[in-house]
Design a protein. Structure first.
Length: 143
């Protein structure tokens, strides 16, 4: 790769989330009016975040090569559980090697154009997870 990668102007209304999170669409629209829920998150991240106008994406656990690609394009990779940030391709490569060799497990991660966007969605996802744990079981809450 030579030179700076071409990246479209971002639109803060968009976010890429895993298809398994479609049930949270209405809650996510409070923060991002245009959430996208593709079946193949890796491809969507590559197309939307790296080459399109989407500023942030959440990716569920799986060993993916998108992490070093994202850092190579200047994106931030932030891990949901630990808050650890990978900014440099060498750090991403080291992380991938540890994951592939079994030294550590792959975690859920966020890819964003900047650290602010990554931390914002981490706060939102964490708050949504806590709220979901507090909701009563069943379709209707007792009044």
């Amino acid at each position: 790769m030579t030179g700076e990668p071409a990246v479209a102007e971002e639109d803060p209304n968009y976010i890429v989330l895993p298809h398994s999170m479609t049930d949270s669409a209405s809650r996510m629209r409070r923060h991002y009016p245009e959430p996208l829920f593709p079946y193949d998150t890796s491809s969507a991240v590559a197309q939307a975040v790296l080459g399109g106008k989407v500023p942030v994406a959440f990716h569920l656990t799986e060993p993916v090569a998108i992490i070093p690609v994202a850092t190579g394009h200047g994106m931030i990779v932030l891990f949901l559980d630990s808050g650890e940030v990978l900014e440099k391709p060498r750090d991403a490569s080291r992380y991938m090697l540890k994951g592939v060799t079994g030294e550590q497990s792959f975690g859920d991660f966020i890819m964003a154009r900047d650290l602010w966007a990554a931390r914002r969605i981490r706060r939102i996802l964490t708050a949504e997870a806590h709220a979901a744990m507090r909701r009563p079981i069943g379709s209707l809450a007792l009044r």
